[in-house]
Unconditional design. Structure first.
Length: 83
């Protein structure tokens, strides 16, 4: 599953990203080339839904894993899995 979204971390203005591996508890965020997320608290939108809060950690040079502060509703995950 790949979904477009937007994020805001403590160090930057809103930026576009790709959301991968979306589940109720976590996901992977891939910012636009040339942009980096700051590890720590992050707010983001999945498509037009949100904001959702979580904690981002470096996964590799180009992506971050995010653990949601509150689990996502199963219907949200299912919606993007189908779409």
């Amino acid at each position: 599953m790949q979904v477009l979204g937007t994020y805001v971390d403590e160090a930057s203005s809103p930026r576009k990203l790709v959301i991968l591996n979306l589940s109720q508890r976590d996901c992977r965020l891939v910012p636009e080339p040339g942009h980096r997320l700051a590890a720590g608290r992050v707010d983001f939108w999945i498509g037009g839904l949100g904001p959702f809060s979580g904690h981002a950690e470096n996964e590799d040079e180009t992506s971050f894993s995010v653990r949601f502060a509150e689990p996502l509703d199963e219907r949200i995950v299912r919606h993007f899995a189908i779409g």
